[in-house]
Design a protein around this ligand. Sequence first.
Ligand code: C2E
Ligand code: SIN
Ligand code: SIN
Ligand code: FE
Ligand code: FE
Length: 563
Amino acid sequence: MIGEAVRRLLAPFTDIEFTATQDAETGYSLALSRRPDVILQDLMMPGVDGMEQIVRIRANPDLADTPLVVLSSHSDAVIKEQCFGAGANDYLVKLPDALELVARIRYHARMGRAQRDRDRAMRALADSEAELVRRNAEVDAANRKLFAMNELLGEEKQRLAEVGALGTKLASVQDLNEVMDQALRLARGFTDADAGSIWIAGAEGIRLVYIQNDTLEAALQPGQRLPLAGDVVLPRDGTSIAGYVASTKKTLRIDDVQHLDASLPYQFLSQVDVQSGYQTRSMLVAPLRVRDEVLGVLQLINARGRGKVSADVAVFTPGDEAALELFAGMASLAVERANLVRGGIMRLIATAEMRDPTETGAHVLRVAECSVAMYDKWAALHNVDESKRLRQRDELRLAAMVHDVGKVAIPDRILKKPGKLDDVEYRHMQTHSVLGGRLFADASNPYDEAMRDVTMHHHDKWDGTGYPGSVNAAMMAQLPVEFDTIPVAKPLRDIEIPIFARIVAVADVYDALTSKRAYKEPWTAEKVTELLRSESGRAFDPELVDIALELQEYFRSVRLRFP
Ligand code: C2E
Ligand code: SIN
Ligand code: SIN
Ligand code: FE
Ligand code: FE
């Protein structure tokens, strides 16, 4: 019996679990219930023609992608051809040598797994895109309602219409941080607020995620950037101001938080002021909510007052309150939609099977945050106009987050190796650039193009010694599903490397060096600075090295924020 013979062959290889059945029917149902990594299929079986069995397995969507190896007693080319035609992946004349059989089984198991990983990643992406289309329709509907409402309003009508128009701007922003940044900036604009923050509701409470502050920014040295807020989480009850707004879902307008009546349920918690050395007086705080769910809180701080000064503090007006309520409704939809995009990307990254999914998540958030900060300075030096800058920030942030998604197909024994990689392993590791770029090979919008540029080229170097160089669509089409070394391509150098990839290259290496990896300890700040300087004009764009050196203080706050 062939099953017994194969079992004996495979017995010494403990990583392979082998089950055999006598007849086609039992084999088919066993395959369905066990979902093996590889099916070995004999051509001669009692009761059914082996070829029919192959066709039947291929016709079942649950088994269609399972690698199938035919074991046959014929070396006849016609039969072999028929088997491949029916959907077999491989053909061995029995009984094969044990080592060859094992090598084939392992190869097909790996190949099948890589295929499934890629399918999963692509499905996650497709799901979030479908969801996005649906949410965009909701944003449109909300905008229409808003404009209809404007028709009914009296004296504030002009202003509310303007606010509505600002809200529609948010509808095209994809990334969560960009939505928060722009929403806060716009709301501060139409209420003339000196500062503001955004809090997001989560399981642990509501967390401070975003701060803007003109007074603190004006006090910075030239070239510096306001550090990210430290981690502040408030309980989701009525005891703090932000918590009160989240739990009651009502907008709150306070003239002076330093003199709150003791009978009020909420108190001003001065934690953030203490961290920053700023003094909060007036506040206008609105919930961000979609349907009945509170996503977070938008908090405007210190009205500068267009002539509305009381005693020593400028206060927000009822008109500001009405405008903010309207705007918060639109901002909420944009936040929710951007959350879905972020969720899709985080799922995509999670499928990359990293050693520690939480560390991976923080790494990509830090790389994205630092990349965007570098881009802002680069854009100022290159006179990029404001609307282009905002669009590109959004594209870059998403692209920076997926820079290493190609690691999805790198085997664990390499990806999770605790020590140094040998040459063969390192070459295999380098394929993550091309594997990632290939996911976005048919890019047809600026987001996909940015993701393709960054995944493909974040390891290319300014002096042309990086990888993978100019791998183009035709070369990608030639590549097999699995490959363990990058194709030979013309090197890319200096500004031939897309700007987004040049930026992420610096941010990624900076973050890798300052992090602990399975293969290395974190470097000291001095050593990192030294490396950035010595790689200026070699690995990195010299202009970007100067920018990164100026931003070191800010980069440190990013690590504290996403440890
Ligand atoms: P990664 O750990 O995220 O590192 C990203 C890049 O940071 C590296 O790209 C390299 O340019 C830089 N980098 C990281 N650690 C060091 C370091 O100790 N010294 C210097 N001079 N540069 C460093 P690279 O070399 O193309 O590597 C890409 C990825 O390959 C790495 O991503 C990591 O996942 C893997 N890798 C590279 N070398 C090793 C290794 O020796 N052992 C293991 N287990 N993985 C490695
Ligand atoms: C609040 O009580 O919601 C404000 C907390 C703070 O700004 O520290
Ligand atoms: C760009 O303006 O996007 C390209 C310029 C450069 O890569 O330096
Ligand atoms: Fe990488
Ligand atoms: Fe990385």
